[in-house]
Write a protein that binds this ligand. Structure first.
Ligand SMILES: Nc1ncnc2c1ncn2[C@@H]1O[C@H](COP(=O)(O)OP(=O)(O)OP(=O)(O)O)[C@@H](O)[C@H]1O
Ligand SMILES: Cc1cn([C@H]2C[C@H](O)[C@@H](COP(=O)(O)O)O2)c(=O)[nH]c1=O
Length: 202
């Protein structure tokens, strides 16, 4: 039986990595094979592309193409083979991030992203997407306390407000796929919601 493809989205500092740990443990406790991966990255070539994307300033078209180059490799080398052998794939970000950051944040044309999506995905779409929703001011404080900022994390609050709104619009367009979690609640409250959801979701 084909595995399940679950993606995790939200603005920087929303708390995805913290909660993916919880979901991974919940699914493994069900006896499932779980693969944890991320975008950009997830393959040796994707990790090389990630390093450049997070540090080098570039044209929005170049940026979008590099995210899709990393994604094409990720789909071919990791996601499809894992799903075909029945594993569950947890990806920290996927194509919704391109709609949120490049289209919403940078103003890159949505039609061009749709074309790249058709080309690289084929029929592949996430089965479930958890959107960690948070006010940009709160997320920025969390990130600033936790680490040195990368190129995206240095963007201003207006940028992150556009990204957040673009995510919420995507979620409204696919309400069956998205689970929106209020990520301004404390960690344990968010973890409890997700444990409950993923202890039975199939
Ligand atoms: N619910 C929460 N309440 C308070 N702090 C939190 C919460 N969730 C996560 N944090 C803290 O906020 C910081 C960012 O969390 P995390 O790295 O999980 O976010 P992220 O969404 O994966 O970020 P990025 O997308 O930038 O990698 C960490 O220091 C984490 O401990
Ligand atoms: C997949 C994807 C990612 N981004 C941005 C979002 C984040 O700022 C970084 C990745 O860093 P993280 O700490 O692993 O979240 O990349 C993007 O702009 N577009 C995308 O498609």
């Amino acid at each position: 039986m084909r595995g399940r493809f679950i993606t995790f989205e939200g603005i920087d500092g929303a708390g995805k990595s913290t909660q993916i740990d919880v979901i991974e443990a919940t699914l493994k406790a069900r006896g499932l094979e779980v693969i944890r991966t991320r975008e950009p990255g997830g393959t040796p070539l994707g990790e090389v592309i990630r390093k450049e994307l997070l540090s080098v300033s570039m044209d929005p078209a170049t940026e979008t193409l590099l995210f899709f180059a990393s994604r094409a490799e990720h789909i071919a080398q990791v996601i499809r083979p894992a799903l075909e052998r029945g594993a569950w794939v947890l990806s920290d970000r996927f194509t919704d991030a391109t709609y949120a950051y490049q289209v919403g944040g940078r103003g890159f044309p949505a039609e061009k992203v749709e074309e790249l999506e058709r080309w690289t995905h084929g029929d592949l779409q996430p089965d479930r997407t958890v959107l960690f929703d948070i006010e940009p001011e709160v997320a920025a404080k969390r990130v600033a306390q936790a680490r040195n900022l990368d190129r995206f994390e240095k963007e201003n609050l207006d940028f992150f407000t556009r990204v957040r709104n673009a995510y919420l619009t995507r979620a409204k367009q696919s309400p069956d796929r998205f689970l929106i979690v209020n990520s301004m609640q404390d960690k344990e409250t968010v973890s409890d919601i997700l444990r409950k959801e993923f202890s039975t979701w199939a």
